[in-house]
Write a protein that binds this ligand. Structure first.
Ligand SMILES: Cc1cc2nc3c(=O)[nH]c(=O)nc-3n(C[C@H](O)[C@H](O)[C@H](O)COP(=O)(O)OP(=O)(O)OC[C@H]3O[C@@H](n4cnc5c(N)ncnc54)[C@H](O)[C@@H]3O)c2cc1C
Length: 552
């Protein structure tokens, strides 16, 4: 296979020549620099590379071009090379449009023209884009294939895992010709689905999540036995701690049991995170944070659930569900919260087959033409209603209280009120869910008159509050009655330090009842349940880890 390409497109010949020259000077040895004078010419070049089985690492497009502008070009280029990193070249006057584009089509960067000197303004950006591209490899959509049944929980689990970890894959139904062909080639019948087939032709029937992670190139084994800092949980708090810890020179390991991004990764659009005036999807934010953590060499361990924690001298040791152990000088607990289960007849059996917790983005296109119901009245439910209204025939929010005002942000209520296919039913509770193999109807009780009605429903998404992931901690650190972890000032009772505390100082602000163990984000008692505060606490925890280590 030849060198991967860096493609640049600008209709201004002198700019185009200059950028190609600068790119060649620095990257010409390892990359093929391709120059196009229009978006149409660049798309032709991309198609040709695709047909020849070549790779594209970076696409750089001028924003203002006749016929097709840079954003439209990058969108189409993404269809051909989804993993290629993307940047827009803009003039100062177009900065606003470029920033909007970053959020809408997930452009990685924008570069202001002119970019002199390239050593300062061009190469650092291209270096970062190439690093990001190399980190994801140049896996194309076809690399991983999953054959499964539409309404099967194990098939859904694999698709959800791959989607939440931002791993491209191709989904094939077991009863469609291509799916049948793959099953036949693997020598198994439809009872063996889900079947995972890797790019090099390895077929795995009913793989474990760890096997799926390994096939997708996600690390599942820690690289060393001892770290400066181990972070448990890869949501915004954990990712924040990983970025700050690793960037400040600590040997850092982040352990995530499911998918980095945590709850935020499931948000269709986070509108209140500083610096993203047009909002950013949880997937985009996660992708950026994960790359940033990787850039500073934080290690990420996937599909490993931490099940135990003990303190021996100055070492803090974590044990995992597979029996492995790993130790560190300090630990940050950032295990967040998980959805509370909906208790109603039939719901447990249909979970994954029409009933879902969280937004379950993979299901968006499947909802087309269906009536979707969402249980819950908080922002997460409101965002899901906005997201699914773009696919479903109708979206009904089932709210237990008498209005949304007490639980949902004003801006979301306003947005929902303007969407024609969204309905809001208050005083309602789901009492049962029915279906043969997959959800078909739900019975809803109206709290005002006590009447129950059964309605057709192919998809039910549940967002009814959350509980902390802390049962595994037992008595190791002090927790409140609901399981949230006490830290800092909350540990002092009338100025008295917690039982067993052996230091000549009060616990630091985010420190738990055991020195050297910290908590950040939603899992912390009395925390603000927001992305920004979780990220902030992750960063702050690292500063306190430094203070703790200095005093050791
Ligand atoms: C759908 C949705 C939309 C939201 N929208 C917004 C919004 O627009 N704005 C906003 O500010 N906030 C929003 N929030 C809230 C925000 O996402 C959370 O406050 C934030 O994610 C908390 O971050 P965290 O890192 O503390 O925890 P989490 O995001 O809960 O992450 C915790 C992570 O720890 C992992 N974990 C748990 N236990 C273990 C274990 N034992 N071993 C290994 N890993 C473990 C979990 O798998 C998870 O990935 C939204 C939440 C949801 C669900």
């Amino acid at each position: 296979m030849g060198h991967p390409a860096i493609l640049t497109v600008d209709d201004d010949a002198s700019v185009s020549r200059a950028i190609a020259r600068d790119l060649r000077r620095r990257y010409g040895e390892n990359y093929r620099i391709i120059r196009a004078a229009s978006a149409a010419e660049a798309l032709e070049a991309l198609k040709e590379i695709k047909l020849r089985g070549g790779r594209v690492a970076v696409m750089l497009a001028d924003y203002r071009m006749p016929q097709m502008n840079g954003i439209e070009f990058l969108e189409q280029g993404m269809d051909l090379f989804p993993n290629a990193r993307r940047a827009l070249l803009t003039a100062y006057a177009d900065t606003d449009a470029a920033i909007r584009a970053i959020n809408v089509v997930d452009v990685d960067h924008y570069l202001l023209k002119p970019w002199d000197p390239p050593e300062e303004k061009l190469y650092p950006v291209i270096d970062a884009l190439l690093d990001a591209w190399q980190a994801t490899g140049d896996r194309e959509l076809e690399d991983l294939r999953v054959v499964g049944h539409r309404w099967s929980e194990p098939s859904y689990q694999i698709r959800d895992f791959l989607a939440r970890n931002l791993v491209p894959y191709r989904w094939l139904a077991a009863d469609e010709p291509e799916g049948r062909r793959l099953l036949e080639a693997a020598g198994v019948g439809p009872e063996s689905v889900p079947l995972l087939v890797t790019a090099d032709g390895r077929a795995m029937a009913r793989p474990t999540t760890s096997a799926v992670a390994e096939a997708a190139g996600l690390s599942t084994v820690a690289g060393r036995d001892f770290y400066d800092l181990i972070i448990v949980g890869g949501g915004p708090a954990g990712l924040g701690a990983a970025v700050y810890g690793a960037s400040e020179g600590l040997k850092t390991l982040l352990v995530e049991r499911q998918a980095v991004g945590g709850q935020a990764g499931q948000s269709s659009r986070i509108e209140n995170y500083l610096g993203f005036p047009d909002g950013i999807s949880g997937a985009q934010l996660t992708d950026r944070a994960r790359r940033q953590a990787g850039k500073f060499s934080a290690e990420v361990l996937n599909t490993r659930t931490v099940t135990g924690l003990r303190s021996e001298g100055s070492a803090r040791t974590l044990s995992f569900d597979n029996g492995a152990e790993v130790s560190a000088h300090a630990i940050v607990l950032a295990t967040g919260v998980a959805y509370r289960p909906l208790v109603a007849d039939g719901v447990a059996d249909l979970t994954g087959s029409g009933v879902y917790y969280g937004s379950a983005f993979t299901e968006g296109p499947e909802c087309a033409g269906n009536d979707v119901y969402i249980v819950g009245g908080a922002n997460s439910a409101g965002q899901a209603a906005l997201f699914f209204s773009g696919y479903a025939r109708t979206v009904t929010l089932l709210v237990r209280g008498d209005s949304l005002e007490a639980s949902m942000s004003y801006y979301l209520i306003q947005q929902l009120s303007k969407i024609e296919n969204v309905r809001i039913r208050t005083h309602c509770e789901v009492v049962s869910a029915h279906g043969d193999g997959h959800l078909q109807t739900i019975t809803v009780c109206d709290g005002k008159n006590g009447l129950s009605t059964t309605v057709e429903c192919g998809f039910l998404f549940v967002f009814i509050g959350a509980e902390p992931h802390t049962d595994w901690l037992g008595d190791i650190v002090a927790r409140d009655g609901r399981g949230f972890i006490y830290t800092g000032p909350d540990l002092l009772t009338n100025g008295t330090r917690p039982r067993g505390w052996d230091r000549d100082r009060d616990p630091f602000y985010l420190e738990c009842s055991v020195p050297g163990i910290f908590a950040a984000g939603d899992v912390r008692a009395n925390s603000v349940k927001r992305v920004a505060s979780a990220v902030g606490e992750g960063a702050m925890a690292v500063t306190l880890v430094h203070r703790y280590l200095e005093a050791q």
